[in-house]
Design a protein around this ligand. Structure first.
Ligand code: B12
Ligand code: SF4
Length: 506
C-alpha cells in the first residue's frame, strides 16, 4: 500500500482532487526538419487525457513545449500549478527531452508518469531515466486511476496499465482493457493549449485554420514496420454523430475551416464513412478536409463523394513500387491497387501525398528502381521518401536490432534521412536515391513549362549518371546477388512520361 505523497493535498470535508500537469516535450525550435516541413497540431492524446481527467474529478493543465525555446515552462508550470502528478507524453523523437523533464519533476518532488507510444514500447528506458511510473497503452482510465490511487494512498503496485520499480525490479500491472465505446470520451480539452497559436500558424502557412480530429483508434492491419504500442490491433470508431459534434464544436469555437483526420487509416468501414459524409452534408459544415487512407480503400465512386464533401488531399502509404517489398512489409496491398487509386485521385483532382520508404530489409537496387518508376509514372503532387526507421516494438526493429549498434540514435530530429541500422547499402546510397526522387519531383513540376523533350533529356542524363557514376561509386565493389540484379548493369530507364490518367490536377 502506497501512502499519499506529501504533495497530495486533501481538503477537510472535501474529496481529493488530484492535480495533474501534462507535458508535451516536443520543441519545434530544436527540429530543423520539422520547423520546415511539419504540420503542427497539438497532441490529441494529451487533449483527450486532459478532458477525461477533468470529467473524472481532477484539475488539469498542459504545458505544451511545441512553441517554447526550452523546458523552463515546465518549471514554471510546476511552480504555479503545484501538481501532484506530472504526466509526460513520449515519442522516440523526444525521449531525451522527456528524460530531462522527469529530472525536473523529481527535483521538485513531484511524482512523474510517462505515457504514449515510445514509453509503451520500452518502459524500462523511462524508468531508468527517472520516471516513477509508465502508463501503458490507452491512457485515460489508467491516468485517472493512478492519480486517484496516489491521492488516496490506496496503492498502485500491480495497478492495470501501470509499470513501476519496486526494490530495483520492474513490476508490471496487467493490461488494462481498452475503452469500449469511444463516444463516451468527452470532446478534447482544446482550451488547455494555445489553439490560437496553432491556428495562426496555419493561417500564415496555408491560409486556413486547420485542426486535427481523430475518429477511430487502432488499425486492424499488420505492417511489419508499424509501431502500435498504444491501441495494438484493436479497432474502434466513434459514431458519425459524435464526429460531427466534434467538427461543429471546432468550427463554432475556433472558426476552423480545414480538418486533418488523424486516424491511422480513415474510413475503414464504407458504411460508416457513407453515414459520416451524409451527416457532414446535412450539418452544412462547409469544411475542407484531408485524411490518410490505404490504396485498397480508395474506390473511384467513394472518392467522388468525398471530393464533393470537401476532401482536398489524401496521404497514401504507397511505400514501394516493388510487389516483393510490399509483401515483405506485410502491407497487404497490390501494385495494381496503388495504380488504380492514384488514377482515381488524379481523375477527381484530389491532391495525393505519397509516403515512400527506402532501405527496408530485402530491398535491392532493382526494387528502388521500381519505386522510382512508379513515382515517375504518377508524379504525385507531394511525397515523402524516407529511409526506413526501425521503431522499437516492431517486427522490423526486432529483425535489425542487432545491426543497430554504433548507429546514430533517433532522438533529436524527425528524420527519415539517417540510416539507423546496418543495411544492405551505405547511407550515402539511400541519400542519393532520395535526391533522385527530388529531381524527379522537380522535373514533374516543370512539365507544361519546359518541353517534354527537354525534361526527358534531363532525366535521361541523370539516369546515366546514376548508372555509370553514382551507383558504382556508392555501392563500391559489392557483387550483385540473385536478390539484386541491378547494382552493376542497371537497365536504362524507360519513358519519363507520366500516367495518362485523365482529369484535372489539383
Ligand atoms: C496524427 C499523427 C501525427 C500527426 C500529428 C501528431 C499530433 N499532433 O498528435 C503528424 C503528421 C504531425 C505526426 C508527426 C510525426 N509522427 Co505521428 N502519428 C500520428 C498518429 C497517426 C495519431 C496520433 C494520435 O493523435 N493518436 C491518438 C491519441 C489519442 O493517441 P496518443 O497520442 O498515443 O495518446 C494516447 C496514449 O498514447 C496515452 N498517452 C499519451 N500520452 C500520455 C501521457 C501519459 C502521462 C499517459 C499516462 C498516457 C499517455 O493516452 C492517450 C489516450 O489514450 C500516430 C499513430 C497512432 N495511432 O497513435 C502516429 C505516431 C504517434 N507518429 C509517429 C511518428 C514516428 C511521427 C514522426 C516522428 C514522423 C516523422 N516525421 O518522422 C512525427 C513526429 C512529430 C512530432 N512533432 O512529435 C509514431 C511514433 C512512434 C514512436 N515510438 O515514437 C506513431 C505511433 C506512428 C507509428 N505507428 O509509428 N504524427
Ligand atoms: S502502417 Fe497503417 S495500415 Fe499498416 S498497420 Fe500501421 S496503421 Fe495499419
Amino acid at each position: 500500500m502506497d501512502s499519499p505523497h506529501p504533495s497530495m493535498r486533501t481538503h477537510p470535508g472535501t474529496e481529493v482532487r488530484p492535480r495533474v500537469l501534462l507535458v508535451d516535450p516536443y520543441l519545434c525550435a530544436e527540429d530543423p526538419m520539422e520547423r520546415k516541413f511539419v504540420e503542427l497540431y497539438p497532441s490529441l492524446g494529451l487533449l483527450t487525457l486532459g478532458a477525461y481527467l477533468r470529467s473524472h474529478g481532477c484539475d488539469v493543465e498542459i504545458v505544451d513545449l511545441t512553441f517554447a525555446r526550452d523546458t523552463r515552462p515546465v518549471e514554471k508550470g510546476i511552480r504555479d500549478f503545484r501538481p501532484d502528478l506530472l504526466g509526460v507524453h513520449t515519442k522516440t523523437l523526444t525521449c531525451g527531452r522527456a528524460a530531462e523533464i522527469a529530472q525536473i519533476g523529481r527535483a521538485a518532488g513531484v511524482r512523474t508518469v510517462a505515457g504514449g507510444p515510445d514509453s509503451a514500447s520500452r518502459p524500462d528506458f523511462y524508468l531508468d531515466a527517472g520516471f516513477d511510473f509508465v502508463g501503458m497503452g490507452e491512457g485515460e482510465a489508467t491516468l485517472v486511476a493512478l492519480a486517484q490511487g496516489l491521492a488516496a494512498g490506496t496503492g498502485v503496485v500491480g495497478m492495470p496499465g501501470v509499470v513501476l520499480r519496486r526494490g530495483g525490479r520492474t513490476v508490471r500491472g496487467p493490461a488494462r482493457p481498452v475503452l469500449r465505446n469511444l463516444d463516451d470520451l468527452p470532446l478534447p480539452a482544446w482550451d488547455l493549449v494555445d489553439m490560437e497559436g496553432y491556428l495562426r500558424r496555419w493561417q500564415r502557412k496555408a491560409g486556413e485554420r486547420r485542426a486535427a480530429v481523430l475518429t477511430s483508434r487502432g488499425c486492424p492491419f499488420d505492417c511489419s514496420w508499424c509501431s502500435k504500442p498504444t491501441f495494438g490491433r484493436t479497432f474502434r470508431q466513434q459514431s458519425p454523430e459524435r464526429v460531427v459534434r466534434e467538427l461543429k464544436a471546432l468550427r463554432d469555437q475556433y472558426a476552423i475551416d480545414y480538418v486533418r483526420f488523424c486516424d491511422d487509416v480513415f474510413g475503414i468501414s464504407r458504411a460508416w464513412l457513407d453515414e459520416l459524409l451524409d451527416r457532414m452534408e446535412a450539418a452544412d459544415l462547409d469544411l475542407k478536409f484531408e485524411c490518410l487512407a490505404r490504396v485498397d480503400l480508395l474506390k473511384p465512386d467513394l472518392l467522388r463523394r468525398m471530393r464533393a464533401a470537401g476532401l482536398e488531399r489524401v496521404y497514401v502509404g504507397v511505400e514501394s513500387g516493388s510487389q516483393k517489398m510490399l509483401d515483405l512489409m506485410n502491407r497487404g496491398t497490390k501494385l495494381a491497387q496503388v495504380e488504380r487509386a492514384a488514377e482515381a485521385l488524379r481523375a477527381e483532382g484530389i491532391r495525393q501525398f505519397w509516403f515512400l520508404m527506402l532501405g527496408y530489409p530485402g530491398e535491392s537496387l532493382a526494387d528502388i528502381e521500381a519505386t522510382l518508376q512508379l513515382f515517375r509514372r504518377f508524379s504525385p503532387e507531394e511525397y515523402s521518401v524516407s529511409i526506413a526507421v526501425p521503431v522499437p516494438g516492431t517486427r522490423f526493429h526486432d529483425a535489425v536490432k542487432d545491426r543497430m549498434a554504433g548507429r546514430p540514435n533517433r532522438t533529436r530530429r524527425s528524420g527519415g534521412k539517417t540510416l539507423l541500422y546496418e543495411a544492405k547499402y551505405p547511407e550515402h546510397l539511400y541519400r542519393w536515391q532520395q535526391a533522385r526522387f527530388g529531381l524527379e519531383a522537380a522535373l514533374g513540376k516543370t512539365r507544361g513549362k519546359l518541353s517534354d523533350r527537354v525534361v526527358d533529356r534531363i532525366g535521361h542524363v541523370a539516369d546515366r549518371f546514376h548508372e555509370r557514376v553514382a551507383t558504382p561509386l556508392l555501392v563500391g565493389d559489392r557483387k550483385p546477388t540473385t536478390d539484386d540484379t541491378s547494382s552493376v548493369e542497371l537497365p536504362l530507364l524507360p519513358s519519363h512520361r507520366r500516367s495518362s490518367a485523365p482529369g484535372p490536377k489539383a
